[in-house]
Design a binder for this molecule. Structure first.
Ligand code: NAG
Length: 636
């Protein structure tokens, strides 16, 4: 095997240079290319192919990559995770770019805070990593709707991932903005981005033969000049290839490796091979086990990949967390949504800790390095804080009076089409639908994904994919019928992504006649939602609280805060917010039993926790220094 050597490491000098150039740009808003110093102008070839090899300029180059998604890791920990990646002997960072998070409202972009893509890419460069960018627009990634903004679904005729005009117009505007940020970060302009992926696993969707050429051109027209790649799993490889773009493969087993490599050679001829996603583990769904993959098997497969002459990217090197409501779902035979943790049984744990996979892979990749690998950073301490007892609460029914007038509508309106968020609809969270009924009978309708049904404030059951009817018992006079509907996550992979509208879809029927005159409360649970009811509104928790309800608890941390995990024994299902950060959903059906709470999101001094619980509260909130993600099950 050829010894891998990375001659021109983008080290500290490059980082410094980029910083200087960037500040210069900000002040002068000059054309980037005019700023390239002479010594950088030799960056002309970039990453390219020569026979069976990748070449970086004139040297043979092996891509030893790992995936970390900046949007799943607290920004304060980006450096820690990237240093750990470099110390594992990897030379390339790969990341997706989630359109839905970057453009929450049409034409209104957010690339700041935890979404500061450029800062993440530049930090990788500074640490000595190259970058392969995977900008979608569809990214799968086990994120809601595969990273596509839910406002696309306002159009009832929307055809996602096709050249349907309503889709391409939105992509064009997004790419205009995104690529103006990405272009200067490319290798040939002095940045670390050595390759860019065209869409993602399109072969397994394959609706429109004009689509992939359109995306390729959309990238090129906006100044993307580095090597272009496609990436496909075994179901899509045959259909996912695009003329003039290097195909790479996604897989987990050695059997797949052999089959797919043979196919690639037969179609693509002698070209460098790359496993763009070698799945180091797998994600988990609510109600299932915690999927794991043995570390020896991971090492054997990575060894086989490299022995077969292939470059490799570890998906995931570090998975992180589906903070907030960003998790995706699968819906083949049955709808299954992904848990909050995106630990993935990856090389680093959800909290960034080392695993057996890390030490094995470090030894493996280290054997290709000319110089000794940098030492791995010290592990971050974990804490078990004292248990907390919530003292005050507000039932959802009390909250309704603080959050402003509901939307009034003859018929139910689905989440994406609610007149909120500057006309962009509601993306995530819950909706409460309310109307008045005067008789008993059978209630039926399409509720996505799960609706808790109440008569006044009394819960009478749930409607979901399996339970589409519910019997309303005898009632007296005018009674409030209320349905609290949760968007549990839109499908991120499969043929039904156009069909991912949430809330109540179409009419709701009582004894087959449609109910009318709805009052609809958008409960997106963003920061602005909680700002509408201040702490003086909260009341002491009665012996028998009314659910659903919000529970509040303040606590003091004396020393500098550390990472910890929240454990909600006795609580049933809900969402937890710490100091305004949405840590994600919990649910006692498992597998996940603890939620990751990153130290940097805690304060020395006063801290606040709010829990939204749908059904039943426990008496305490516990902390632990050890995560528990559920009963382990080997993937094979
Ligand atoms: C942009 O996104 C970051 C990270 O999610 C968030 O903290 C910030 O509030 C957002 N900015 C705006 C203006 O919405």
């Amino acid at each position: 095997m050829t010894t891998w050597s990375l001659r021109r490491r983008p080290g500290r000098t490059l980082g410094l240079l980029l910083l200087v150039i960037l500040s210069f740009l900000v002040i002068r808003r000059l054309e980037w290319s005019t700023l390239i110093p002479a010594w950088l102008r030799h960056r002309q070839l970039g990453l390219h192919t020569k026979g069976q090899h990748f070449m970086l300029e004139d040297s043979i180059f092996w891509i030893f990559g790992g995936s970390i998604h900046y949007f799943r890791v607290p920004r304060e920990y980006w450096r820690d995770r990237l240093l750990k990646m470099r110390a594992c002997g990897l030379n390339t960072l790969t990341t997706y770019v989630p359109w839905n998070l970057h453009e929450p409202e049409r034409g209104k972009f957010n690339f700041s805070g935890n979404l500061d893509l450029e800062a993440f890419v530049l930090m990788a460069a500074e640490i000595g990593l190259w970058v392969i960018l995977r900008p979608g627009p569809y990214i799968c990634s086990e994120i809601d709707l595969g990273g596509l903004p839910s406002w696309l679904l306002q159009d009832s005729g929307m055809k996602l991932r096709t050249t349907y005009k309503g889709f391409t117009e939105a992509v064009d505007l997004y790419f205009d903005h995104l690529m103006s940020r990405v272009v200067p970060l490319q290798y040939k302009h002095g940045g670390p981005i050595i390759a860019v992926q065209v869409e993602n696993e399109y072969g397994s969707y394959d609706r429109d033969p004009a689509y992939m050429p359109y995306i390729r051109k959309a990238l090129e027209d906006r100044g993307i000049i580095e090597l272009l790649l496609t990436s496909d799993n075994k179901d899509g490889l045959k259909k996912g290839m695009v003329h003039g773009v290097l195909a790479t493969i996604n897989l987990q087993t050695r059997e797949e490796l052999q089959l797919m490599n043979t196919f690639l050679v037969s179609v693509q001829g002698i070209q460098p091979k790359m496993v763009m996603e070698y799945w180091t583990g797998w994600f988990d769904s609510w109600g299932g086990p915690h999927n794991i993959l043995d570390s020896s098997e991971v090492l054997e497969t990575v060894t086989s990949i490299v022995d077969a002459g292939s470059s490799v990217n570890l998906y995931m090197f570090h998975g992180g967390t589906n903070f907030g409501f960003i998790n995706g779902a699968m819906h083949f035979h049955e709808y299954k949504s992904d848990v909050t943790s995106y630990d993935y049984d990856a090389v680093l744990t959800e909290a960034g800790d080392y695993t057996a996979k890390y030490s094995k892979l470090r030894e493996f990749f280290g054997s290709f390095s000319d110089a000794p690998l940098p030492p791995p950073p010290k592990p971050l301490p974990k804490m078990t804080y004292e248990p907390l007892i919530p003292v005050v609460y507000l039932s959802l029914w009390d909250v309704l009076s603080f959050i402003g007038e509901p939307i009034k509508s003859e018929k139910p309106i689905n989440m994406e089409n609610l007149p909120v968020n500057e006309g962009n609809g509601q993306a995530f969270g819950y909706i409460l639908y309310e109307t008045i009924i005067t008789s008993s009978g059978t209630l039926s309708g399409v509720v996505r994904d799960r609706g808790q049904v109440f008569l006044d404030t009394v819960s009478i059951g749930f409607m979901d994919y399996k339970t589409t009817k519910i019997v309303i018992p005898l009632i007296q006079g005018y009674t409030f019928l209320r349905i609290l509907v949760e968007n549990r996550g839109r499908v991120n992979y499969g043929n039904n992504i156009d069909d991912q509208r949430k809330g109540i879809i179409g009419n709701l029927y009582l004894n087959d006649s449609p109910l009318k005159k709805f009052r609809i409360y958008s409960l997106d649970m963003k920061k602005s939602f909680f700002q509408r009811f201040s702490i003086d509104k909260w009341t002491h928790i009665p012996d028998v609280p009314t659910f659903p309800a919000f529970f509040f608890c303040g606590f003091v941390i004396g020393s500098s805060p550390s990472d910890t995990f929240l454990k909600l024994e006795g609580w049933e299902k809900g969402v937890i917010f710490v100091n305004g950060q949405n840590l994600g959903r919990y649910w006692n059906i498992g597998p996940q039993e603890t939620l990751y709470l990153p130290g940097p999101w805690l304060f020395r001094g006063n801290n606040q926790i709010i829990i939204f619980e749908e059904v039943m509260a426990g008496s305490v909130i516990q902390f632990t220094d050890t995560p528990y993600l559920g009963r382990n099950q080997y993937i094979h």
